[in-house]
Design a protein around this ligand. Sequence first.
Ligand SMILES: [Zn+2]
Length: 125
Amino acid sequence: MLNKVYEKVKKGGAKNRVNIIKVNTSFNGNKTIISNFEKFCSSIRRDKKHVAKFLYRELATSGSVEGGKLILQTRSPIIEDKIQKYLKNFVYCHECGKPDTILQKEDRFYVLKCEACGARRRVKL
Ligand SMILES: [Zn+2]
């Protein structure tokens, strides 16, 4: 019984599950477009609504997700910095620095759980 659990943990730990892809950003007039937005969100295993909400708030703008793209109603040269900020706050483990984490809602809070080292941290949205 215990051996089985141990094997499972060992296998899970050795595999690199999260492969974060780079966002493709471009401008169209006064809009900023992330053409691979949905793919990016699935690469970090996060809800696209959560990522979009974060970007709207950080850039003080609105936007929409259409056909896998995110279209922001502002021309933002700092979009990639904001993506990095999202990764830092909601993806990378603050203990071991790995992106093998999950974001889970617990009561009124979100908790970032690391599958690599087991660390847990409450995060503010
Ligand atoms: Zn960790």
